[in-house]
Design a protein around this ligand. Structure first.
Ligand code: C5P
Length: 231
């Protein structure tokens, strides 16, 4: 069975645009990520359509609420048949443990990963919201908490992947956005890594948006990145 490492971020405002791009991709070579914008606009019907086309879906809704509510949301995501779902580690131990338990009771459950600290949060934001330490420390602390709660992994930057791989060991899944093939436009991303660097740092899955969705030939872009990873 193919186990594509590339997750294409479908950052689109409507189902039609997302389906158009998906029709130009191959589920054997990439998975798809649906985030808040697209899910709010297009909902479960789009998830179902993309699944029927053979794609594994990462439902990136970053749940962050009381344990009972997050548990129910994770169950609803599992019903949709998605491959991966995520929560905010800042929701705390009880929330993550409850989500883990709920999914563990199911026959077929999505992978459950946590967002540690949003990469948009800097040292000044941390101080303002009352979080101790610098962002890098919080990322490790929250990743270890997610691991202690039995989560399958975390979303992190490729720069953090090396440290987290050392701290959390091997089976822990690292999902890294901010990927730019050599020579590609950075867009609004600050700290980017090439696909090869991210994999070398220990990343398992690479979330890639614009370098693929805005390519003249998206499938060729996926192929090129897959080859770079495979080397
Ligand atoms: O187009 P680009 O490759 O920059 O898209 C990256 C995707 O990863 C977007 O969906 C973005 O929201 C997501 N993401 C990110 N940085 C994070 C977490 C998620 O870029 N720290």
């Amino acid at each position: 069975m193919s186990d594509p490492r590339i997750i294409v971020a479908l950052d689109y405002p409507d189902a039609a645009s997302a389906l158009k791009l998906a029709a130009r991709l191959d589920p054997k070579l990439s998975r798809l990520k649906i985030g808040n914008e697209l899910y709010t606009a297009a909902g479960p019907a789009l998830v179902e359509k993309l699944r029927q086309s053979g794609f594994a879906i990462f439902l990136d809704l970053k749940y962050h609420d009381i344990p009972n509510t997050v548990t129910a949301a994770c169950d609803a995501a599992a019903e949709l048949g998605v491959w991966m779902v995520n929560v905010h580690a800042l929701g705390g131990r009880a929330m993550m443990a409850a989500a883990r338990e709920a999914l563990a009771r199911r026959k077929a459950a999505p992978k459950l990963v946590a967002v540690t600290l949003l990469t948009s949060i800097g040292a000044a934001d941390m101080e303002e919201i009352g979080l101790a330490g610098v962002p890098q420390e919080a990322v490790v602390r929250l990743a270890r908490l997610a691991q202690a709660c039995g989560l399958d992994g975390v979303v992190c930057s490729a720069q953090e992947a090396g440290t987290l791989r050392r701290q959390c060991g091997k089976p822990f899944c690292l999902v890294t956005p901010g990927i730019r093939p050599a020579g590609a436009a950075r867009d609004d991303q600050q700290r980017v890594a090439t696909p090869r660097q991210a994999i070398a740092n220990g990343a398992d899955y690479l979330v890639i948006g614009r370098p693929i969705t805005r390519a003249a030939d998206p499938l060729a872009a996926v192929r090129k990145i897959s080859e770079e990873i495979a080397q």
